[in-house]
Design a protein around this ligand. Sequence first.
Ligand SMILES: [Zn+2]
Ligand SMILES: [Zn+2]
Length: 238
Amino acid sequence: MVIVDKSGVHRLEVRCCECPNAMSPDIQMFRHRFFPASFNRPKTVMFPHLVPDRYRELMRVAQQWRQLKTMKWHGFGHRSDNPSTGELALFCPACPQPGINVLLSEDESLDEDPSWKYTRSFVMDGNFKAEHLHPIKPFDEVWLSDGLGFMVGNDRYKMHLAEAADTVEKSSCNNHRAVNQANAARHKLESTGIGGVACARHGCFVPHSMVDFQKGERQATSTIPHSRVNHGGSLADK
Ligand SMILES: [Zn+2]
Ligand SMILES: [Zn+2]
């Protein structure tokens, strides 16, 4: 049995009582102040009450570790240059991308004839319930991969929002969430949802195309992600 204690991870022989009237193994573990990781046939026990609380430190290390792994996975492990916009995310493996899964001959381009050959289609959609509160200490927030993955870079998005005209759109539909929520107050939310662009065929998100919605889904918000997007998805009642 694997025993995770504050002194380390140990492998020790543990036998449960198997008398006819014995309690189930997990109850026996609890009786001995072990916390089993599973209940039918426990193979690992821990002592969470004995371990000092280093949750914040653990989370910080985990985030930095993930960042390092992401850099490595995207080929920046031994490079001195920094990744640029969207380079820490992968797009759809099936959609045609010149230089990645398509070799274009000199007279070919993605947009030109025959257009059926390499046409990509996209959908835009969002989740209007993914609310995000303002951080408690904004000055403490460190962006490890701002704009390098699927989300649009913070500064760039703010610039876009500042420039984009914010017209209040009245929906005649009785309960069109996207529009009605757009006109609702924001309360204390940093964002009221999240949305972006995905390839229509395989549902893969497009790197550097996701944004936080500031209120419902403003048209201004929706116009940023992609310039060549065919709006195929439904923005309605989510
Ligand atoms: Zn026994
Ligand atoms: Zn695709």
